[in-house]
Structure formats: structure tokens, C-alpha cells
Design a protein around this ligand. Structure first.
Ligand SMILES: [Zn+2]
Length: 97
């Protein structure tokens, strides 16, 4: 199945250029970011930040969410990219970069 369902959000960033999101493609581990720098160079500081953390964590991004969210809730949301994005927007830790 080739679709946008394949892309999962990893981290939301607050930058001087706005709010940006880095997504990972689960099948290839490719990263993409919606900032202007990424569209020019296919790489940016946000994607690099995510890649470094993934490398340190065995290839999986350690998503940080509020303790208000139970493990079951975040596990359930992780199966649905839309629900997972909602979870991160509402309870995720936002990195300033
Ligand atoms: Zn970026």
C-alpha cells in the first residue's frame, strides 16, 4: 500500500520561520520536513535533529508526550497517523530549534 498513511509525524518544531513538522516514512525511514530550507536542500536542521535522535535510539524516534496521556492511548494513536498527529499537537513536547 503506497499512500500518505506511510508517513508518521515524529516531532513538531517551533522556529523563527514558523512551526514545522518532521515526518518519517515507516517503510524506508526517510525523513521530510515542511520548512522552506528542506524544500530547497532536502535536508534541514529539524530533520537532522530527528535523525540524530533516531540513530541514538536504534532507529526509532523517542516521541515525548505529556504524562496526561496513558501508554495505551499513545499506543493506540500510533496506529493511526491522523490520531497520532492530533496527540502530538495536543500533548507532545515541542522543540524550539
Ligand atoms: Zn525543517
Amino acid at each position: 500500500m503506497r499512500s500518505t498513511m506511510d508517513w508518521q509525524i515524529t516531532q513538531i518544531f517551533l522556529s523563527d520561520t514558523g512551526v514545522h513538522e518532521v515526518h518519517v516514512q515507516s517503510s524506508t525511514h526517510k525523513l521530510k520536513c515542511n520548512c522552506p530550507g528542506f524544500s530547497e536542500r532536502s535536508m534541514c536542521k529539524h530533520a537532522r535533529f530527528v535523525k540524530t535522535r533516531m540513530d541514538k535510539n536504534g532507529g526509532i524516534y523517542p516521541v515525548e508526550v505529556s504524562t496526561k496521556v496513558s501508554r495505551e492511548e499513545s499506543l493506540e494513536a500510533s496506529h493511526d497517523p491522523f490520531a497520532f498527529r492530533e496527540l502530538l499537537v495536543n500533548y507532545g513536547k515541542i522543540e524550539a530549534l
